[in-house]
Design a protein around this ligand. Structure first.
Ligand SMILES: [Mn+2]
Length: 453
């Protein structure tokens, strides 16, 4: 069944590829619009690389979301082919008003009732009953669209987006697995087991370990003192770099870390022909993620289409400062903890450095269990008179009935705010003066959710 569905998706992708080729033959500049996260940037990158190989030209713009004002700007453009990557499936109607051919290569939910307008070739796994949340990303759908051209060297970049959208969970599944096989069989991707610690060659071990956040290591991630204590306990000098350890020491370190989190020693995916900084697909994804978060999407795209040297250094500095912020934030939670209510807990900040990472920090805090995993976390960032709220919980709590999207949507409405999202991660904006009332209401809603299941 799945194979038949994949086949239908590939057929649609081929139709899109044929359309792209027809425009390239006529020397039309291809207008690419994509999303500003790691997946969207790599999706555009896959497309741009294929077009370049075909001796074609493109004009790419990376945007945070497809708002009406932005779309109306595109209406004034004279391009003959628009390609929307990692977005567009939710805006079929608006997009169809463009007087041009259109390809949408997206993996987000789409309304199956909406009739697909004639000028759009819509490539989306959901249309064929395939999973777009875990089994293929925007960069993956982009790759499917240019796959008939035969550029299997782009399979790696197609999976960079899957890492960015956190689709990797102990392996790749569905269409992602098919893309991985493309890469492996054409010798463009290598898979091996390795120890996943940050800054292996650059930093002393205590720092390398405390900066390793994905996968999380309890008592060590984000905690330099914890890291030193751990290394002293297992008899390894904390000032040496990983690369300087002898084999026996490397083994001891590996075994002790695996005891804390087995994920620390697992599959690493790499592109042998890439420069060392981008060889590991997860590192590549972190680099694009940092570009997106810092509004340096142009930098991300230039890296994807082959700019190396200076761009890499600049992007790596962004990754480093982001990871420094996370370590700083984890230290803060370790020291201060959260404010506990009956059914929820919250953390609150007015500090700029922490505001932009509060959501991520909540997830990491739950993973590391420095925040109680049995209580949903609300991360509150004050911006003048409003509070930006990020809510995070665990899949165990979802099973017990918690739905944060619903809770934040309803609670924020009561105070003239707005909110919503997924059951496991959601957001809201509320007036500052209502913060305590809002927290009490969310607490109440979560209590009801837990009692009615
Ligand atoms: Mn995506």
């Amino acid at each position: 069944m799945i194979q038949k569905q994949q086949h239908s998706l590939l057929n649609k992708a081929k139709e899109a590829c044929d359309l792209l080729r027809r425009h390239l033959k006529q020397d039309h500049v291809v207008r690419i619009i994509s999303h500003n996260d790691a997946d969207g940037i790599s999706a555009a990158g896959v497309m741009c690389n294929a077009i370049t190989k075909e001796n074609g030209k493109f004009h790419v713009t990376i945007i945070p979301r497809l708002k009406d004002e932005i779309l109306s700007k595109f209406f004034k453009e004279k391009y003959k082919l628009f390609i929307f990557c990692d977005m567009g499936s939710a805006s079929l109607k608006g997009i169809s008003r463009l007087k041009a051919d259109i390809i949408i290569a997206d993996h987000h939910q789409t309304n199956p009732e909406t009739k697909i307008p004639d000028n759009i070739v819509h490539v989306n796994p959901h249309l064929y009953g395939l999973d777009g949340t875990r089994d293929v990303s925007g960069s993956g759908v982009s790759y499917l669209t240019i796959r008939p051209m035969g550029y299997k060297n782009l399979a790696g970049l197609a999976l960079v987006g899957a890492f960015g959208d956190m689709q990797y969970k102990n392996g790749f599944t569905g269409v992602n697995k098919m893309i991985l096989d493309d890469g492996i069989l054409s010798n463009n991707i290598e898979v091996r087991n390795d120890l996943k610690i940050a800054y292996k060659t650059e930093e002393p071990l205590y720092k390398a370990l405390s900066h390793t956040i994905n996968p999380p290591i309890k008592g060590i991630s984000g905690d330099e003192e914890g890291s030193v204590t751990f290394l002293e306990k297992i008899g390894i000098s904390y000032m040496v770099k990983y690369a300087e350890l002898d084999n026996e020491e490397k083994n001891i370190l590996k075994e002790e870390l695996v005891k804390i989190n087995p994920q620390i020693f697992s599959n690493v995916y790499s592109v042998p022909n890439e420069i060392p900084e981008l060889r590991n697909l997860e590192d590549y994804s972190n680099i694009l993620d940092a570009c997106g978060k810092n509004k340096k999407q142009g930098l991300g795209i230039s890296i994807c289409i082959g700019d190396r040297d200076k761009s890499i250094k600049e992007a790596q500095d962004l990754v480093k400062s982001y990871s420094d912020d996370l370590v700083y934030g984890i230290g803060w939670i370790n020291k201060e903890g959260s404010v506990i209510q009956d059914n929820i807990q919250y953390i609150y900040t007015e500090e700029k450095r922490k505001k932009r990472i509060m959501g991520t920090l909540s997830s990491i805090g739950l993973d590391l269990e420095i925040l109680d995993p049995t209580k949903p976390v609300l991360a509150m960032s004050r911006m003048d008179n409003i509070i930006k709220v990020s809510g995070r919980t665990t899949s165990q709590m979802i099973e017990k009935g918690v739905n944060l999207g619903y809770a934040l949507e309803n609670a924020s409405k009561s105070f003239n705010g707005a909110g919503g999202g997924h059951n496991i991660a959601a957001g809201a904006v509320i007036p500052y003066r209502e913060m305590n009332n809002f927290l009490n209401l969310v607490d109440e809603i979560i209590r009801t959710q837990l009692n009615t299941t």
